[in-house]
Design a protein around this ligand. Structure first.
Ligand code: AMP
Length: 385
């Protein structure tokens, strides 16, 4: 069978601080959580903010026991890195439909960023996050959802990594959770410390919060596979729930990193979701081979990439293709044929390149489109019932 394997590209997402000449629109300006231990938040009457473990534990324990007039409460955790958007909010809604108390964590975890990745410039938008949570909580109250947002956990790095400074070095020291070989596939090829960091921080959060259930987005499909495996392998008494990928109206998967895309790069970035949709369409029409699904998606994406390359520097938005994968949903091994009993995951990653030339009055993203941006997306090809 003819296989088209993209050259693996080791380009990592380095986002440069905006140069001094670029004005940062207000919506991109960063804000941080206040330095308090526990406090009611404006607009969130039933929520407390926790910044360390003992106070959060005390609150969590208070929910664990039923009293004469109140039944035992259930806790669902939605881990996030902040810069909230409708994708995060959909997970909180899902949690509120299942539990009485939704805990949202907001923490940009350093150990999942590689040494050259965008940790320092990752968007931190505390004020906007709290405003979105407040309006969602009001919606939950009005809709008589089972649950409300009752805790926001925004720990410091000293709290999350109490003994050794966190490291992004592959051979750095620390207490880590590794889930191999899952963590080495797809995203893990270009981002070798990523899933070690994700699994480690999630294990910490799960131990701190002791949730009954946790909520993750389909958008980060490999993350769901790695964490589901971690929960299974470590016998964690936690229900693992996945919410669907929220998309912009044109199909672009929502992501905190989309703020880095000005209009030109954002438009070109649609090639990824379109390529995956094409593969999905072939699958929906009964085709199951790698050639028909993965190769079609890859060829489409490659054509879109070349079309950008053919444009003048002032008009184009170049991108590199990291991979298009057709893989088994549990092992993430590449497959030649979709097994109808198992279904498959069609996923991909591209790296939007910095704009080479900007035109006057061009609509730019945060950072002025000066740094590369890694984008991922996926579509589940469902098993036949
Ligand atoms: P992050 O803040 O990027 O770490 O994401 C926190 C959670 O939100 C993860 O479980 C993500 O998978 C989920 N998430 C991010 N983007 C989306 C999206 N577009 N739709 C649904 N869930 C999402």
């Amino acid at each position: 069978m003819r296989k088209l394997i993209p050259p693996r590209n080791i380009f990592l997402s380095i986002l440069h601080a905006p140069s001094s000449g670029i004005r940062i629109p207000r919506r991109f300006q960063s804000t941080s959580p206040p330095i308090v231990t526990t406090k009611a938040l404006p607009g969130l009457p039933s929520a407390h903010l926790f910044r360390d473990v003992p106070s959060l534990r005390q609150f969590r324990n208070s929910l664990a026991h039923s009293t004469a007039d109140a039944p035992k409460r259930t806790v669902g955790l939605v881990p996030t890195m902040g810069a909230l958007h409708a994708g995060h909010l959909s997970l909180i809604r899902l949690a509120a439909a299942n539990v009485s108390d939704v805990f949202v964590s907001i923490y940009v975890n350093p150990t999942q960023f590689g040494v050259t990745e965008d940790l320092s410039s990752y968007p931190r938008t505390w004020d906007s996050d709290i405003a979105q949570l407040a309006s969602l909580d009001a919606e939950l109250a009005a809709s008589k959802a089972l649950g409300r947002i009752t805790a926001i956990f925004a720990p410091t790095t000293q709290v999350m990594y109490p003994t050794l400074p966190p490291t992004s070095e592959i051979d750095g020291h620390g207490s880590f959770v590794t889930v191999t070989p899952l963590a080495t596939k797809l995203e893990g090829k270009s981002r070798p410390v990523f899933f070690r960091g994700v699994a480690t921080v999630c294990m910490k959060l799960f131990n701190i919060v002791q949730p009954d259930s946790v909520y993750f987005g389909q958008k980060d499909v490999q993350q769901t596979v790695v964490l589901r495996r971690m929960i299974q392998d470590f016998h964690l008494p936690i229900a693992f729930r996945i919410g669907p990928t929220m998309r912009e109206s044109d199909g672009l998967a929502m992501s905190s990193r989309n703020v880095y895309l000005g209009k030109r790069r954002r438009t070109a970035a649609l090639a990824l979701s379109e390529a995956l949709e094409l593969g999905e369409m072939f699958f929906a029409n009964g085709l199951q081979s790698r050639e028909d699904i993965q190769l079609s998606a890859m060829t489409y994406l490659e054509e879109k990439r070349k079309a950008q390359e053919a444009l003048a520097p002032g008009k184009r938005a170049l991108f590199k293709i990291d991979y298009i994968s057709l893989a088994d949903p549990d092992s993430l091994e590449e497959i030649d044929e979709v097994d109808p009993a198992r279904g498959a995951v069609l996923s991909g990653a591209i790296i939007m390149q910095p704009l080479e030339e900007q035109s006057q009055n061009e609509e730019l993203g945060m950072g002025g489109d000066t740094g590369p941006v890694r984008l991922i997306d996926n579509i589940i090809l469902p098993a036949q019932k």
